[in-house]
Write a protein of this length. Structure first.
Length: 344
């Protein structure tokens, strides 16, 4: 059963499942989820905790041994197993199925790791554990979900949910919940009465949003020009190499060109989604971009990408992020094809 992080506390109060899986690429939600499970497990008498990491040297039989070795001081065993890649492999899959077959209510297992795709969630071991437990996906928060998370954290810390302060945190800490939580905790210590305003927090907070090129790609596909410019500014301030951003732009251009050609030939896109590794939650982004960008726009974009690539290789560009902004706006698209790149 899938349970989102904001519903986990209520779910654990109702019942404590034998198996809990926490996967995703948002570290703060993962940490919070694991801490909640640990606390609830201890409250239910799972006093002994073992932590295992399924790296390349891991022996899977040790997981079965851990589940069968009870301590003299505790009758209930709580095991945390980290699978860094999210993929246990053939031996690991068999071991997890064997573990699921054990009928032992005194053993509880939490499995956590990186973001997983359908090849994992459709696997036998995952489905078997999911039937007996819960799966908590932890993904980066945006929009209303980010707003709700910030407001919930503020309430837990007895901070007043001033709309201006909430908006400030959304703008400054989107993409970095770890930093957001640390700064909220700092505010709770500095202002125990819970009353805070923008002027107060501007004096003590440091902007720590962390945006990456993959988030930029999604913004470009969505056609959000203002957010794209904001993301580029952040990437530049964080010292991200222009070549990395250019690589992301070229990759999205290649994907869009492949999809656009298939459309022009009246070919179904069903097979292409899998070949291009485009998951269900991103298909609408690409379709949105294809509705805006035709072959002429993509051809012009290719020409400009080649120009910038050559300029960077020859160290001819003094302000590469200006040219990257130029290219990003062409994804909208904006009429910039006649604007020459400035290599002076």
């Amino acid at each position: 059963m899938q349970v989102y992080p904001n519903r986990l506390a209520q779910t654990l109060q109702n019942a404590l499942p034998r198996f809990i899986m926490v996967f995703g690429d948002e570290p703060q939600q993962k940490l919070d989820a694991i801490e909640q499970v640990r606390a609830q497990a201890k409250q239910q008498g799972f006093d002994e905790r073992q932590s295992l990491v399924a790296d390349t040297q891991f022996e899977w039989y040790s997981l079965i041994e851990a589940s069968q070795n009870m301590s003299l001081f505790s009758s209930r065993q709580y095991i945390e197993l980290e699978i860094p890649t999210g993929k246990p492999g053939t031996e690991g899959s068999k071991t997890l199925l064997d573990l699921a077959a054990q009928d032992n209510p005194d053993v509880m297992v939490l499995i956590h790791g990186a973001k997983i795709g359908k090849e994992v969630t459709n696997s036998k071991w995952f489905k078997q554990l999911d039937q007996q437990g819960i799966y908590i996906p932890c993904y980066p928060l945006e929009g209303d979900r980010l707003r709700s998370w910030i407001m919930d954290e503020m309430r837990q810390l007895s901070l007043q949910t001033n709309p201006a302060v909430v908006n400030f945190f959304i703008d400054y800490f989107e993409g970095n919940l770890l930093a957001a939580k640390q700064e909220l905790q700092k505010l709770a210590l500095l202002y125990p009465d819970g009353n805070i305003d923008i002027k107060q927090i501007e004096k003590i907070l440091v902007e720590q949003s962390r945006f990456n090129v993959f988030q930029l790609a999604d913004v470009l596909l969505a056609g959000d020009a203002s957010k794209a410019v904001k993301l580029l500014n952040r990437l530049e301030s964080e010292g991200i190499e222009p070549n990395i951003v250019l690589w992301a732009l070229v990759r999205e251009w290649q994907t869009l060109s492949t999809l656009q050609f298939a459309q022009s030939q009246r070919q179904p896109l069903d097979k292409l989604w899998a070949q291009l590794r485009i998951w269900q939650n991103r298909k609408s982004l690409y379709m949105n971009a294809l509705n805006r960008l035709g072959k002429p726009q993509l051809d012009e974009l290719q020409h400009k990408l080649q120009q910038l690539d050559m300029g960077l290789k020859q160290s001819q560009i003094t302000r590469p992020y200006v040219e990257l902004c130029h290219l990003c706006l062409m994804f909208m698209p904006m009429q910039l094809s006649n604007l020459p790149m400035d290599f002076s």
